[in-house]
Ligand binder design. Structure first.
Ligand code: PLP
Length: 387
C-alpha cells in the first residue's frame, strides 16, 4: 500500500513553471539567469565535473532538461539544437548497421529523408507500415527490428496512433518504441505513460511556443539518455545556452498556452464543420474524426493542429489564404500565432497532385496551427476569407 504521506506529484502547470530549478534564496533572481559561457573553470587534478556547452551539462541546459523530463514522466531528457538533431541522435543511439527500423509511413518529411537518404546509406534497413492496415506492425516486424518509430498525432492529417497497443507488441518483441510527440506536447499526451520507451519533440513547436527558438528534445531512461548524449557530443548537436534559456522561459506558459489552444481549436473545428464551403474538417476532437475515440482515451486535449478541405479545391484555397487578415501564412506550427499553410506549396511540394491525394492531402487541403488569439477573431477572419 502506498503511504498516505507519499508526496502528491505536482500538476503539469506547476512543473512547467518550477520543475528542475532550485528554489531561489533571498537576494537571488526569480528568473533563471542566462549563463552565456561555453567553458567553465575546472577543478585541479581531475577530469571530473568538466563542463562544456557541447556536452549538454551547463546551467541553462541542465535546468530545461530536468523540467522536460518531469513533464514527460521520464527519468531523463536531453535538449538538442533542433527536432531533426533530436531524431537523428535518438535513433543513432539505438541502431547499428544491419538493424531494421520499422517506421510508420505517416511521418514528418524531414524524418523520412533522414531514414531514406542517411540511415539506408549507413546500412540500416528501413521499412514503412501504413498504420491503417490491420495487424500491419505484427506482420512487418523482422528478426532484426530494433526500433518502431511513429509520430502521433500525425502532421497534417491529425491521425492518432494507438500507442498503448503498439507498446504491448514492442515489449513482447524486445523492440524500442520511439514516439515523435511534437504535435501533442506533454500537456495533451505523455507517451511513456502508455508504454513508449523514447519520446522526441521538435521543441521549436509547442514546447517553446513563440516562433523564436529552434530546439529538439529526447526523453527516456537515464542510461539511454547518456547514449544519446554521446551521439550529440560527437555529431555536434548541442543547443546554445541562449536557446535553452528562451526554451525554459517558453515552458513556463506551456500549460496555459496549450489549454487555450485546445479550447480555441475545438471551437474553430466545430464552426468549420458547419460551413458549406468546407468539405471536410480533420480534427481529433470531432466525433467525425476516424480516431476520435482513441484520441479521447490517450489524450488529455486534442491539440492545435487541424486541417480543412475547401470544396472549391486548389483555386478556392489560394483565394482563401490571400484574403486572410489575422491568420499568418507561414510554415511551422505550435506557437502563439495562428498559422496557415497549403501542404502543396510547403511540406509536400515535391509530390504530384495525384500522389498527394493518395496519402489523404488533396488539392484544396489547408493546414491550420491554431494560436492563443481570441477564437471569435480567428473565426471572423476565416468567415470573411471564405466569402
Ligand atoms: C518540425 C517537426 C520536426 C523537425 O523539427 P525541427 O525543430 O524543425 O528540426 C520533426 N517532427 C515533427 C512532427 C515536426 O513538426
Amino acid at each position: 500500500m502506498a503511504s498516505s504521506k507519499k508526496q502528491k506529484t505536482p500538476a503539469l502547470s506547476t512543473i512547467a513553471v518550477h520543475g528542475g530549478s532550485p528554489r531561489p534564496e533571498a537576494g537571488e533572481p526569480v528568473a533563471q539567469p542566462l549563463v552565456q559561457s561555453v567553458n567553465y573553470v575546472q577543478h585541479p587534478n581531475t577530469a571530473e565535473g568538466l563542463r562544456y556547452t557541447r556536452y549538454g551539462n551547463t546551467p541553462n541546459e541542465e535546468v530545461v532538461q530536468k523540467r522536460i523530463a518531469m513533464l514527460e514522466g521520464a527519468e531523463a531528457a536531453l535538449v538538442l539544437s533542433s527536432g531533426m538533431g533530436a531524431t537523428a541522435c535518438a535513433l543513432l543511439a539505438l541502431l547499428r548497421p544491419g538493424d531494421h527500423l520499422l517506421s510508420s509511413s505517416w511521418i514528418y518529411g524531414g524524418t523520412r529523408k533522414l531514414f531514406n537518404e542517411e540511415f539506408v546509406q549507413m546500412g540500416i534497413e528501413v521499412s514503412y507500415a501504413n498504420p491503417d492496415e490491420r495487424r500491419v506492425w505484427r506482420n512487418t516486424i523482422r528478426q532484426n527490428t530494433r526500433v518502431i518509430f511513429v509520430e502521433s498525432p500525425v502532421n497534417p492529417t491529425t491521425r492518432v496512433i494507438d500507442l498503448a497497443q503498439l507498446a504491448i507488441l514492442a515489449k513482447t518483441q524486445g523492440v524500442a518504441l520511439v514516439v515523435d510527440s511534437t504535435l501533442a506536447s506533454p500537456i495533451n499526451s505523455r507517451p511513456i505513460s502508455h508504454g513508449a520507451d523514447v519520446v522526441i519533440h521538435s521543441a521549436t513547436k509547442y514546447l517553446n511556443g513563440h516562433h523564436d527558438v529552434l530546439a529538439g528534445v529526447v526523453a527516456g531512461t537515464a542510461s539511454y539518455i547518456e547514449e544519446v548524449r554521446r551521439k550529440m557530443i560527437v555529431w555536434g548537436q548541442a543547443p546554445d545556452p541562449f536557446a535553452c534559456w528562451m526554451l525554459e522561459r517558453g515552458l513556463k506558459t506551456l500549460d496555459v498556452r496549450v489549454s487555450r489552444i485546445n479550447e480555441n481549436a475545438m471551437k474553430i473545428a466545430e464552426w468549420c464543420e458547419k460551413r458549406p464551403e468546407i468539405g471536410k474538417v480533420h480534427y481529433p476532437g470531432l466525433a467525425s474524426h476516424p480516431d476520435h475515440s482513441l484520441a479521447k482515451k490517450l489524450m488529455d486535449g486534442f491539440g492545435g493542429l487541424m486541417s480543412i478541405e475547401l470544396s472549391g479545391g486548389a483555386a478556392a484555397a489560394d483565394r482563401f489564404i490571400a484574403r486572410l487578415k489575422l491568420i499568418t501564412h507561414a510554415s511551422s506550427l505550435g506557437g502563439v500565432d495562428t498559422l496557415i499553410v497549403e501542404p502543396r506549396y510547403s511540406s509536400h511540394a515535391g509530390m504530384t497532385s495525384e500522389e498527394r491525394a493518395a496519402i489523404g492531402i488533396p488539392d484544396g487541403f489547408i493546414r491550420l496551427s491554431i494560436g492563443i488569439e481570441g477564437a471569435e477573431d480567428i473565426i471572423a477572419d476565416i468567415a470573411q476569407a471564405l466569402q
